[in-house]
Write a protein that binds this ligand. Structure first.
Ligand code: CP3
Length: 349
């Protein structure tokens, strides 16, 4: 098996820097668009054979060192009882956002084996079909990022409803976060049982807080998820799968993030990796952090950026190359292929 990704997560020696790309299965790939013409996004997520097929597309097309399960962070929210739609322009929409006690009380903590069995089935198919080519990453939204969608009803610019709930009705917010946290824990455990070989928590919107508020309102729930997974599987690396924690706009929060207990921290592009490593210390590997828009540069310039990131990462315990956020639909596939090749070539020891 190509286990460079798992080794880098644990900070072990690797022959070259492994690379995968957030949102690597998606609209910038022609193969993906072809399938999406026939089925809508949620149907794709809920059809295990198709979800497995699009998960493997970027492994074939790009030569990346890990596969990430094709799904969405909002799929388990639907299983909690909210009606989820994806609109072509607006993205995800919850028509009845959660803003009061009765809607929080109505939410379920789903049993993944029942209402999310299609995800677990996709993981089982993938482990069979990948047959050790590359490891499979499972994922969940981190509690806070899931809650922003549940409270706002969709994507937001200033997260007013969420912040109002946090500051005006902290008890309501805490009960909502408790339910989502339990959902995340059960969901990730089920993914690991089904065969996920690493898990990533996406906290895309946690960077909207000051360090103090992040520490009070976001971090305790992330720690709870990580601790629950460790207590359940075992602390030692031989006993469990690595846990990656990604925070969008993390640079103001690294001293807090340092206490989260994950194995790898995903870093966005707004900070240099060597600075991030200095602030995180030697207990974490890092993942990142090319600006997704850098893939619109001419190839020679992408080459320079890749080199810079690799050289800034030498101080890290381990490094997994990635973008600092998801790849954009407008990206040219040949530039992504070139980037993956550059990472492998320039990092080879
Ligand atoms: O990384 C992968 O390739 C695995 C699949 C994956 C998707 N979404 C597929 C997807 C993963 C890991 C996600 C995570 C996700 N989803 C996040 C966290 C990471 C991030 O990018 O910030 C968030 C915030 C979401 C919520 C979400 N899903 C939004 C805001 C949107 C609309 C914007 C957009 O990119 O379309 C989605 C839809 C979505 N999720 C698509 C894909 C491939 C596009 C759907 C389509 O085919 O039309």
């Amino acid at each position: 098996m190509n286990d460079t990704f798992l080794k880098a997560c644990w900070g072990e020696q690797v022959p070259y820097t492994p690379v995968w790309i957030m949102r690597q299965a998606g609209r910038y790939l022609r193969q993906y668009q072809k399938i999406r013409k026939k089925v809508d996004f949620l149907t794709l997520c809920k059809t295990p054979e198709l979800a497995a097929e699009v998960t493997i597309q970027p492994i074939d097309a790009l030569g990346v060192d890990a596969a990430i399960l094709f799904s969405d962070i909002l799929v388990p929210v639907e299983a909690m009882g909210m009606s989820l739609e994806f609109h072509e322009k607006k993205g995800p929409v919850f028509k009845n956002p959660v803003r009061d006690r009765s809607s929080v009380d109505k939410l379920l903590v789903p049993r993944p084996e029942e209402s999310l069995s299609f995800v677990l089935e996709a993981i089982k198919i993938l482990r069979r079909e990948l047959s050790g080519r590359v490891p499979l990453i499972g994922f969940s939204g981190a509690p806070f990022t899931m809650v922003t969608y549940m409270v706002e009803g969709g994507t937001s610019k200033n997260f007013l409803h969420t912040k109002k709930m946090v500051f005006q009705t902290p008890d309501l917010y805490a009960s909502l976060m408790d339910k989502v946290t339990s959902t995340v824990i059960e969901y990730l455990k089920a993914q690991i049982v089904a065969g996920a070989q690493a898990v990533q928590l996406f906290d895309t919107w946690a960077g909207i807080f000051s360090p103090g508020d992040y520490k009070t309102y976001v971090l305790p729930y992330v720690k709870k998820v990580i601790k629950a997974l460790k207590d359940w599987q075992g602390i030692e690396k031989k006993e469990r799968v690595p846990i990656i924690y990604f925070v969008g706009e993390c640079s103001g929060l690294l001293e807090e993030i340092k206490t989260c207990g994950a194995d790898v921290i995903g870093i966005d592009w707004r900070i240099n990796l060597d600075d991030a490593v200095k602030r995180l210390g030697s207990n974490y590997s890092v993942q990142g952090n090319l600006d997704p828009c850098a893939l619109f540069l001419p190839k020679e310039k992408i080459d320079e950026r890749v080199k810079e990131i690799l050289s800034r990462a030498v101080s890290a315990r381990g490094h997994i190359f990635n973008l600092g956020h998801g790849v954009l639909p407008e990206t040219q596939v040949e530039n992504v292929v070139a980037m993956v090749e550059m990472v492998h070539r320039l990092s080879r020891k």
